[in-house]
Design a binder for this molecule. Structure first.
Ligand code: 6LW
Length: 520
C-alpha cells in the first residue's frame, strides 16, 4: 500500500510542475553581453561595462529570474587601466566560468591590452589582477575538460580556438580557426559546451543591432570540423515573426543546465522606445530552451521572446516577486553606494565622500564632455517611464561652476539640469549636449544655493523640473527628445546613466542629500 501511495504522490507532483510567469528583461538597463555559470544551485552572471568603473557586475540568483548584484570583478582602479575609454571602448563582453574551485572571468579591454582573465574563489570578490592572453579578437571564453583549458575568441571575424595554461595564461597550442559562422556579419560571442559526446559552439552573428542572431554548430572533435545547425539561427528577432516585437536585437547568448536537467539561455536584447531608437541599453533576458531529438537546441519553442514569459522554472514552488528596481537612497544615512553605482573610468580620490549632510562631490576641471575623470557617479536608467530626483546644495567661488543631475549616454550626448554659481548668486539651468550641438535651454536665478532637481522620462521626452520649496511644487524648465540620446543616434554600446556630478576649476563642493529613482 505504502509503495502505491508513494508512486501516486510522485506522479502527481511531476504532473503538477507549475508554470511560472516572469518579466523580461530579468536585468533591465544597460547590462549587455550576459554570461552565466552554475555551481550546485547557485547561478552567477556577468555583463560588460565599457568605460565605467567598477567594471563587470557579478550577479547571483537561485531561480534565474531574481538577480542580486554581489560585487564587481574590476573594483580596484589599479586592477585595470580604463584611461581614455568611452562608449565604444573599454571592457567588452565577459565570460564567467567555474572549474575545480576557481571562478574565471575572461574579458577584453579593447582600449588597453586586449584579452585577459582574472580569477577568484569567491565570485563576490576579490578577483585577481589580470592575466593577459595572446590570441586576439573579442568575446573571449574558456572551456575546461580533462585538466585542459581551451580559449575561444573571434580574431579575423571567425571563431578561433587554442589551448592555454589556466594559471599563467600561456598559449599552449596554435590558434586555429574552428568556425566562420553561418555567413552573418561579425561572428562573435563564442562559447563551447559538451553534451552527449558533442562539442557545441554557440555564437552571435549579424552585429549587435536589429540583425542580431544566435547560431550554433557542433563537432565530435573540439578542434572541428564544426557542422552548422541546419535550423540556424536558434534565436533572432530579425524576421517576420519578430518584426513587431517590442524586444529587438536578440543575440550574444550563453546557456546553462539547471539542476533538474532543464536548459536556459541568457542573451542581450534592447527595447526600441521611439522609432527604432533605444536608450536603456542592451539588457539581460532569460529564455527557456530544450534539445530536440537530433541533438540541436530549440529556444523558446522557436518563437520570439516576450516581455511576459511562461516557463517551468527549475525551482520548488512559487517564483519570488521580481524587484521593481526602484531606489530611495538617503545619503545622510549611508556611508557607501551600492555595487550598481558607476564612475567614469575611475573615482578620483578625495572627490567623493559621505558626511552627515550627505554625499559630497568635489568638482574638478573636467566636465561631462571630457574623457578624463569628471566628478560623476551614476545609476542606470532601467525603465522607459521613470523619474529620478535629487536634492543638492552647491558651494562654489567661481562663476560657471556647477553640479546637478544628468541623463548621460556618453561624453558627447547628455542632457543636464544643474545648479550653477552666477555672478551674484546661484541659478538653476538646463543644457543639452549632442556632439557639436550645445543648447542652453534655461537659466533661473534662485535664492540661496540649494534645490531639488528632477528628470522624468517617457517614450519620447525627458522633462527637467526643479523645486525650491522642499518638493512641494515642481516647475518644468525644459523638455528634450529622447531619440537624440539613443544608442542609434549617439552610438556606442552603453545605455543612459542618471548621474550626479560636479564641475569646476575652483573645486566646488556639491552636497547631495538623497537620490530617488522609480519606474512610472
Ligand atoms: C560585444 C560583442 C557584441 O563584445 O557587442 O552584442 C560587443 N555583441 O559580442 C560589445 O557589447
Amino acid at each position: 500500500m505504502k509503495k502505491y501511495t508513494f508512486v501516486v504522490v510522485a506522479s502527481l507532483m511531476s504532473v503538477t510542475a507549475i508554470a511560472h510567469t516572469y518579466t523580461n528583461p530579468v536585468i533591465p538597463g544597460f547590462y549587455p553581453d550576459p554570461s552565466i555559470c552554475r555551481v550546485d544551485s547557485d547561478y552567477y552572471l556577468v555583463n560588460s561595462t565599457f568605460q565605467y568603473f567598477p567594471g563587470i557586475p557579478v550577479w547571483h540568483s537561485r531561480d534565474l529570474v531574481n538577480w542580486e548584484q554581489i560585487g564587481n570583478v574590476i573594483d580596484r582602479p589599479e586592477q585595470m587601466d580604463l584611461s581614455g575609454t568611452f562608449s565604444w571602448g573599454g571592457l567588452y563582453a565577459p565570460t564567467i566560468r567555474y572549474n575545480d574551485g576557481v571562478f574565471y572571468m575572461i574579458n577584453t579591454n579593447t582600449t588597453h591590452g586586449g584579452n585577459f582573465f582574472v580569477t577568484a574563489t569567491d565570485p563576490a570578490g576579490s578577483w585577481s589582477d589580470p592575466i593577459w592572453l595572446k590570441q586576439g579578437g573579442i568575446d573571449p571564453s574558456f572551456y575546461f575538460e580533462d585538466g585542459k583549458c581551451y580559449f575561444t575568441s573571434n580574431p579575423d571575424d571567425a571563431i578561433y580556438l587554442c589551448e592555454i595554461d589556466p594559471v599563467t595564461g600561456k598559449q599552449l597550442s596554435p590558434s586555429r580557426k574552428i568556425w566562420g559562422g553561418t555567413g552573418g556579419r561579425y561572428p562573435e560571442g563564442p562559447h563551447i559546451y559538451k553534451k552527449d559526446g558533442w562539442y557545441y559552439l554557440l555564437a552571435a552573428e549579424g552585429g549587435t543591432e536589429f540583425a542580431h542572431m544566435i547560431t550554433i554548430a557542433r563537432s565530435k572533435d573540439i578542434y572541428g570540423p564544426y557542422e552548422s545547425n541546419p535550423d540556424n539561427p536558434i534565436l533572432t528577432h530579425c524576421n517576420q515573426a519578430g518584426q513587431h516585437n517590442p524586444i529587438q536585437g536578440t543575440g550574444h547568448a550563453d546557456i546553462v543546465e539547471a539542476p533538474d536537467g532543464s536548459w536556459w539561455l541568457v542573451c542581450l536584447a534592447f527595447r526600441p522606445q521611439v522609432g527604432m531608437n533605444h536608450l536603456t541599453g542592451r539588457e539581460t533576458y532569460l529564455v527557456p530552451m530544450v534539445w530536440d531529438d537530433n541533438g540541436w537546441p530549440v529556444v523558446n519553442g522557436n518563437k520570439p521572446i516576450q516581455t511576459k514569459m511562461e516557463a517551468n522554472l527549475p525551482i520548488q514552488g512559487e517564483l519570488h516577486p521580481q524587484t521593481d528596481w526602484s531606489q530611495n537612497l538617503d545619503f545622510t544615512q549611508i556611508d557607501k553606494l551600492g555595487y550598481d553605482w558607476v564612475y567614469l573610468r575611475k573615482p578620483v580620490d578625495g572627490n567623493y565622500s559621505f558626511t552627515e549632510k550627505g554625499l559630497v562631490l568635489k568638482g574638478n576641471e573636467w566636465d561631462l564632455n571630457s574623457i578624463e575623470y569628471p566628478t560623476f557617479v551614476g545609476h542606470r536608467q532601467q525603465h522607459i517611464n521613470f523619474e529620478a530626483i535629487t536634492s543638492l546644495s552647491l558651494d562654489a567661488s567661481q562663476p560657471g561652476s556647477q553640479a546637478g543631475l544628468t541623463a548621460f549616454m556618453d561624453s558627447n550626448s547628455h542632457y543636464d539640469i544643474y545648479l550653477a554659481k552666477g555672478e551674484k548668486g546661484y541659478t538653476i539651468n538646463v543644457d543639452y549636449w549632442l556632439g557639436s550641438i550645445y543648447h542652453h535651454e534655461a537659466s533661473l536665478e534662485i535664492e540661496g544655493n540649494s534645490a531639488i532637481l528632477k528628470i522624468m522620462g517617457d517614450t519620447n521626452n525627458y522633462s527637467f523640473l526643479y523645486s525650491t520649496d522642499g518638493g512641494q511644487n515642481f516647475y518644468n524648465l525644459g523638455y528634450a527628445d529622447t531619440k537624440y540620446l539613443s544608442s542609434e543616434t549617439a552610438g556606442g554600446f552603453t545605455g543612459i546613466i542618471l548621474g550626479l556630478y560636479c564641475v569646476g576649476k575652483d573645486n566646488p563642493e556639491a552636497t547631495f542629500k538623497y537620490f530617488k529613482y522609480q519606474p512610472l
